[in-house]
Design a protein around this ligand. Structure first.
Ligand SMILES: Cc1ncc(COP(=O)(O)O)c(C=O)c1O
Length: 390
C-alpha cells in the first residue's frame, strides 16, 4: 500500500464510516484508490497497473474511457446534462431495449439497479394489488428493504410478512410458498445466474417449472437482469425461452454512467402512467438523463449478437482453461466467478499479480481486453488460485 493511499485513507476514515462508500468493494485493510482507467487497464495511486476484470462490477462492457462513448458524452453534455423535461434519448433507449428484448413493450428509467428492483417490486404490487414477493436466498438484488434479509439491522422486522425467502434454486419451496400464501403473492423474483450465490446458471427445467407455477398461481414472474443482461442481446431469460412479466436492468445499459431500468408489458407498467387513475409515482431527479441514455445506447449498439457471442466465447475459453488447471470457476460467457476459501487474500494476491477482480472473486470480461491480456489474466489466476480453490 502506498503512502499516498495511506494518507487518503486516514482522511477518509475521518469523514466516511470505514473510509469508503460502497461496502461491495471494501477489502481489508482498505482498498487501493483508483487514479485512472483506460481500456482494459486501471492504475492506482502507486502507479501499479492492473487488468480490470472487475469492470465496475460488470457494468463497463467496453472498459474505461471508451473513445466513442466519451465523444458522445462530450457532445450531449455540451447541450446540457439534465433537464426538468423529458428528452428524445429516453425514448430512443426504450425503443432500443424493446427491440433487443424481442418485445418487452414498455420501459422506465432510474439511476441504479437497486432502484430498478425497488420499482419492479412496486409495479408488481401495484398491478396485482398483492403484497408478497417470493425471492431466493443468497441472490443479491441491491439494497432495497424488500430484497435484503429482514433480520438485517435497519430493516423493519414487519417486512418479513410481505417477503418470502426460499432456498436457492428450490422450486418445490416456491410451490409450497405459493400454496401457503395463495392469492397474496404479487411476484416471484429471480436472478437466473446469481453472482452472490455462486454464479451457477439456473437449471432450464427448474425455470420452465417456475414459469408454469407462476402462471398457474396467477403471479408475476420478475427477472432481475442487472448483471446477466450482458450475456444475450435481450438478456439471459431469452436463453431459457422465458417471457418474464417484469425485468430489471442496470449496469451495462448505462455505458459507464449510473442507470437502472424496469421493463414490462404496457398493462403492467400502466400503473406508472400519469394518465392512469391514481398513478404510482416514479421520480428521480436524474432518471433518464440524456448523458446516461446516450452513453448507454452507444455501448449497447456496439454490443450486439456477434460481439456478445465473441466476448462470451472468450470468457468460456478462459473459464475452461482455469478449470483445467484445477481452479474452481463458475459462470457463463463473459462472467466468471472464482470459488475460493479466502476471497480477501485472493483479491490481494490477484491485485499484486496485476488483476483487479471483484471482492468475491467475480471476473467480468470487457471488449477492451486483448488476447494477450486475457492470457495474462489466466496466468495470474492459475498462479494465485491453483492452490487455493476448493
Ligand atoms: C442482480 C443484481 N440486482 C441488482 C443490483 C443492484 O444494482 P446497483 O448496484 O446498480 O444498485 C445488483 C448489483 O450488483 C445485482 O447484481
Amino acid at each position: 500500500m502506498s503512502r499516498t493511499d495511506e494518507r487518503l485513507y486516514r482522511r477518509a476514515l475521518e469523514v466516511m464510516p470505514g473510509g469508503n462508500t460502497r461496502s461491495t468493494l471494501f477489502v481489508a485493510p482498505h482498498p487501493p484508490y483508483a487514479v485512472r482507467g483506460s481500456g482494459a487497464e486501471v492504475a492506482d495511486a502507486d502507479g501499479h497497473v492492473v487488468i480490470d476484470c472487475n469492470n465496475n462490477y460488470t457494468a463497463l462492457i467496453h472498459g474505461h474511457a471508451d473513445p466513442e462513448i466519451l465523444h458522445t458524452v462530450h457532445e450531449v453534455a455540451a447541450g446540457g446534462t439534465a433537464f426538468g423535461l423529458p428528452t428524445r434519448y429516453e425514448v430512443e433507449m426504450a425503443e432500443l431495449l424493446r427491440e433487443r428484448t424481442g418485445g418487452i413493450a414498455q420501459w422506465r428509467f432510474c439511476n441504479s439497479g437497486t432502484e430498478a428492483v425497488m420499482m419492479l417490486i412496486r409495479a408488481a404490487r401495484a398491478h396485482t394489488g398483492r403484497d408478497i414477493i417470493i425471492r431466493f436466498e443468497g441472490s443479491y438484488h441491491g439494497t432495497y428493504d424488500a430484497v435484503v434479509s429482514s433480520a438485517a439491522k435497519g430493516v423493519p422486522a414487519s417486512l418479513a410478512s410481505s417477503v418470502v425467502e426460499v432456498p436457492q434454486a428450490d422450486i418445490d419451496a416456491v410451490e409450497r410458498a405459493l400454496s401457503r400464501h395463495r392469492g397474496r403473492v404479487a411476484a416471484v423474483l429471480i436472478d437466473l445466474m446469481p453472482n452472490r450465490a455462486g454464479l451457477t446458471p439456473a437449471d432450464a427445467r427448474d425455470i420452465t417449472r417456475l414459469a408454469e407455477l407462476a402462471r398457474a398461481h396467477d403471479v408475476l414472474l420478475a427477472v432481475d437482469e442487472v448483471i446477466t443482461f450482458r450475456l444475450e442481446p435481450g438478456g439471459l431469460h431469452a436463453r431459457y425461452g422465458l417471457q418474464p412479466d417484469l425485468v430489471s436492468l442496470g449496469k451495462v445499459i448505462g455505458g459507464g454512467f449510473p442507470v437502472g431500468a424496469v421493463g414490462g408489458s404496457a398493462e403492467i407498467l400502466s400503473s406508472f402512467s400519469p394518465l392512469a387513475d391514481g398513478p404510482v409515482a416514479w421520480g428521480g431527479t436524474f432518471s433518464a438523463n440524456p448523458v446516461t441514455m446516450a452513453a448507454g445506447m452507444v455501448a449497447l449498439r456496439r454490443f450486439t449478437g456477434e460481439s456478445i457471442n465473441n466476448l462470451n466465447a472468450r470468457g468460456d475459453a478462459l473459464r475452461s482453461r482455469l478449470n483445467q488447471h484445477g481452479v474452481t470457476a463458475h459462470g457463463s460467457g463473459s462472467l466468471i466467478r472464482l470459488i475460493v476459501d479466502d476471497p480477501a487474500a485472493t483479491w490481494w494476491d490477484l491485485y499484486r499479480a496485476g488483476v483487479l477482480a471483484g471482492t468475491n472473486g467475480l471476473l467480468a470480461m470487457s471488449t477492451a481486453m486483448t488476447d494477450e491480456q486475457i492470457a495474462r489474466i489466466g496466468d495470474a489466476v492459475i498462479a494465485v488460485c491453483g492452490a487455493r480453490t476448493r
